[in-house]
Design a binder for this molecule. Structure first.
Ligand code: CTP
Length: 406
């Protein structure tokens, strides 16, 4: 017999379907979760049952859809039995009302009693009208649920049931299924921690259409941000110009130049436990930005460059002797990798330098790095960037634990 290698093989999921038009997409989500190997038990709220019927999900799952806390056909405590059997709880669509009730711990129907009895990985797929999404009440409830460890996937921007376009569409089933896989695979060891990550290149303009930049794709920093999120952290990502979409569940700030990256990062850093400077910040920028496009002439063009602020060095200097945040820098070198990395570690007063040779890294999906600390170094094998991100976070978490004495 061959082993079942599907990512959710043998996993049991409890899917709560709330009352929103996106409930029709939850039927497709069931199929996707099953395709990945999971067994799915559905709970439909009273409002949810107005949009789709229990029969829809019973037909898809081969199990009775549960709707009633007082179901006479179930002899025990239904909410306790359902939550005891599941490996993860998924709420899709998570309406504004369900989020509020989950945040407050209200429990007056089957869905909310399940939520209150739940202790494992929780994936929320919010869906609502943008006006409800943007309400401080909704955002406060979500922030509270996130801080308690929930994975929030979506919503996304796009056409809505009302005919308007805005933020509020439920994430697509494939995205949600990925979030469920990640929530089940990651340790929750950064729960309650705040992580700030910078990523991508910076573009330093020389005229309205040209800039000085570098080849950083942003993938390494995005991988760190996504894994920190999967491991339970609240994550801020400050990124230069890259072609990657904002990661789900990560507050993403887009910047262009080194000075913008400095302004977005330096005041934020003291509010975080770990700062990972994966951005390839341009060391220099054109001294002057021509107001009009520079026209070519017969002769040479000489571009004068001036120094940019060094964000990581500034963070190291400002932190001084304080233990936090743990500071992680990157170093790309062409020779003497560890010697230069260790010199950078001391000069920029950071705790860990992720060093790689210029011929590795940048655009690929893999990376070959050495983790350099004050008193140790660890050469990692070639790994996917996601795995490298986990190694970096393992090391940062160790440093954090040593400082907290936990
Ligand atoms: N960095 C930064 N601000 C800069 C330049 C770099 O914060 N203006 C950060 C990067 O994000 C990275 C680390 O510093 O984490 C290493 O950058 P690098 O350019 O290699 O360091 P330098 O000190 O400029 O060394 P080199 O002389 O090798 O360029």
């Amino acid at each position: 017999m061959t082993e079942d290698t599907r990512p959710l093989a043998g996993r049991e999921l409890l899917l709560v379907v709330g009352g929103g038009i996106a409930a029709y997409k939850s039927a497709v989500l069931v199929r996707e979760l099953q395709r990945l190997g999971a067994g799915v038990q559905t709970v439909l709220t009273a409002a949810g049952a107005r949009f789709v019927t229990p029969v829809t999900f019973a037909g898809l799952t081969g199990r009775a859809t549960r709707t009633d806390l007082w179901d006479p056909s179930h002899p025990g405590e239904l909410h306790i039995d359902l939550t005891s059997r599941a490996d993860a709880l998924v709420v899709a669509p998570a309406t504004a009302d369900l989020l509020a009730r989950a945040s407050l711990g209200l429990a007056d129907d089957l869905a909310t009693t399940c939520l209150l009895a739940w202790q494992g990985p929780l994936v929320l797929a919010p869906a609502m009208h943008p006006r409800m999404w943007h309400q401080p009440a909704t955002q406060e409830h979500l922030a509270r649920l996130r801080a308690r460890g929930a994975t929030v996937c979506g919503p996304t921007e796009g056409p809505l049931a009302s005919g308007e376009v805005g933020m509020g569409r439920m994430s697509e089933p494939e995205e949600l299924a990925k979030a469920v896989c990640a929530a089940l695979s990651a340790p929750r060891d950064l729960q309650g921690r705040r992580v700030l990550v910078t990523a991508g290149p910076t573009h330093e303009p020389m005229d309205p259409v040209r800039f000085v930049g570098n080849r950083s794709s942003g993938r390494m920093g995005f991988a760190v941000a996504e894994r920190a999120r999967d491991r339970g952290a609240t994550v801020t990502l400050v990124t230069g110009p890259v072609s990657l979409p904002d990661p789900q569940g990560v507050r993403t700030v887009r910047v262009r130049t080194a000075r913008e990256l400095f302004d977005a990062t330096v005041p934020e850093a003291p509010h975080h436990d770990i700062v990972v400077m994966a951005a390839a910040v341009a060391d220099y920028r054109p001294a002057d930005i021509a107001p009009e496009k520079i026209k070519k002439t017969q002769g040479e063009l000489v571009l004068r460059l001036v120094k940019n602020p060094d964000v990581l060095a500034e963070l190291g200097a400002r932190r001084g002797d304080q233990p936090l945040p743990v500071l992680v820098g990157f170093a790309v070198e062409s020779t003497d990798l560890v010697t230069y990395a260790r010199e950078k570690l001391a000069r920029k007063r950071c705790d860990l330098v992720v060093a790689n040779l210029a011929e590795h890294g940048f655009e690929g999906a893999d990376n070959l790095v050495t983790l350099v600390r004050k008193d140790s170094e660890e050469a990692l094998p070639r790994l996917p960037k996601t795995a490298v991100a986990d190694k970096i976070l393992d090391a940062a978490r160790e440093l954090l634990a040593a400082r907290h004495g936990t």
